[in-house]
Write a protein that binds this ligand. Structure first.
Ligand SMILES: Cc1ncc(COP(=O)(O)O)c(C=O)c1O
Length: 383
């Protein structure tokens, strides 16, 4: 499919199985595994770790991540999860008693949970019940009240595969001066995004799905003017350090000129996680996110067509662009039999997710049309 089948060589053999589950975990590319091995070798003989590495490792990762979303590196915050960035926003944005945060019912818990404790401060946290799926921008517009300060939604919904209209949501929010926070975890790395053009105020993402990084990775981009409003106190000695002199008075001074770095996760030079993650992100950039998106979508088309040809299966995610994503959900018409299909796929060497009673197949750059055909053949046989 679309000429990047050779990228299979950049990955392991998945024990001879088919991994159609990037929406759960992206596999580490081989070059990222090499980077992880180098990081372990360095820690086995720590003389190999130079002082400058504590700066280079995070900065090189920051630059690579910035390129995946069209951001400036200086506006990227390094984290250890999606939640890291959402927590920073939920507890840093200047929200007061009576203010409102709007979320979408049916969104993945990671997008919802970080906001809930704001209720203890008198902030109204309300879940919108979409009257159509995905949530129509007109409904969002009608629901915004005078005290609505934040709207937070996933870009791609993990449990339904729907892609929301970022441009329209962003336009609605901007007109009403509502901060628009996007959880891009199921889209960043699978398709290009340009935050300079997209009207989002903040974007959070994990690193271990479509970006193919190790677990416990994530990042966050916040528009500088919104970042400046954050009332979040954290100060990290290593981020503040200007020179090598730990005994100088400057080492004790609080700096206010750190920009996004001020909010990085502590232990920012996380060699074992960040060195392989950077290698993975650089591979995706080398291939090109446009090409990856085209490849993934071609596989999605094969899945959508193939599922439609199996009479006893029902597609549960959007069939067409722009609402569809690289997450394809389906069930047996006899719902009790969906679990059995999941087991039959696993027994036949094809790994997909089972979420909310639905099969979820999520192909990515290392998958081929043969992988999809193997999955479809098993489904046809067992449906
Ligand atoms: C939409 C979405 N956001 C976030 C996560 C993960 O959140 P975190 O990185 O905080 O563990 C997932 C899946 O695990 C997800 O599907």
């Amino acid at each position: 499919v679309s000429g990047i089948g050779s990228l299979r060589d950049e990955f392991g053999d998945f024990d001879g199985r088919v991994w159609l589950n990037a929406a759960h975990q992206g596999p580490l590319p081989l070059r990222a595994a090499d980077a992880a091995r180098r990081a372990i070798a360095d820690k086995l003989a720590p003389h190999r770790i130079a002082d400058e590495d504590f700066r280079h490792v995070p900065e090189e990762l920051r630059s690579a991540l910035a390129r995946t979303i069209g951001a400036l590196p200086d506006d990227v915050i390094l984290g250890n999860s999606t939640t890291y960035g959402l927590h920073l926003l939920a507890h840093g944005l200047p929200l007061r008693d009576g203010d409102e945060v709007l979320l979408v019912d049916g969104d993945f818990p990671a997008t919802v949970v970080p906001w809930l404790r704001l209720r203890e401060r008198g902030v109204r946290v309300r879940l919108l019940e979409p009257r159509a799926r995905p949530l129509p921008p007109e409904q969002l517009e009608a629901e915004l009240g005078p005290r609505t300060r934040v709207f937070c939604s996933s870009w791609v919904f993990s449990l339904s595969g729907e892609t929301v209209d970022l441009a329209e949501f962003g336009r609605v929010c901007r007109e009403r001066e509502v901060v628009f926070v996007v959880n891009g975890s199921q889209g960043v790395g699978a398709r290009p995004l340009d935050v300079a053009a997209a009207p989002a105020d903040a974007l959070v993402s994990c690193g271990f799905k479509w970006l193919c990084g190790p677990y416990a990775t994530g990042f966050c981009w916040i528009r500088p003017d919104v970042r400046d409003t954050l009332e979040y106190r954290q100060d990290y000695w290593l981020a503040q350090l200007t020179g090598d002199d730990l005994s100088s008075e400057a080492a004790y001074a609080l700096r206010d000129d750190l920009g996004a770095r001020r909010f990085d996760v502590f232990g920012t030079a996380n060699f074992l996680d960040f060195a392989p993650w950077r290698a993975a992100v650089e591979l995706l950039l080398e291939v090109g996110l446009e090409r990856i998106a085209a490849h993934d979508d071609a596989l999605v088309q094969l899945l959508v067509d193939g599922l439609a040809a199996i009479p006893r299966l029902r597609l549960a995610s959007p069939a067409d662009q722009p609402a569809r994503s690289a997450l394809v959900l389906a069930s047996h018409v006899d719902e009790d039999r969906t679990d059995g299909l999941h087991a039959a796929l696993a027994a036949g060497g094809v790994d997909v997710a089972l979420r909310g009673g639905l099969l979820r197949l999520s192909p990515h750059l290392y998958n081929t049309s043969e992988d999809v055909e193997r999955a479809l053949a098993l489904l046809a046989r067992h449906a």
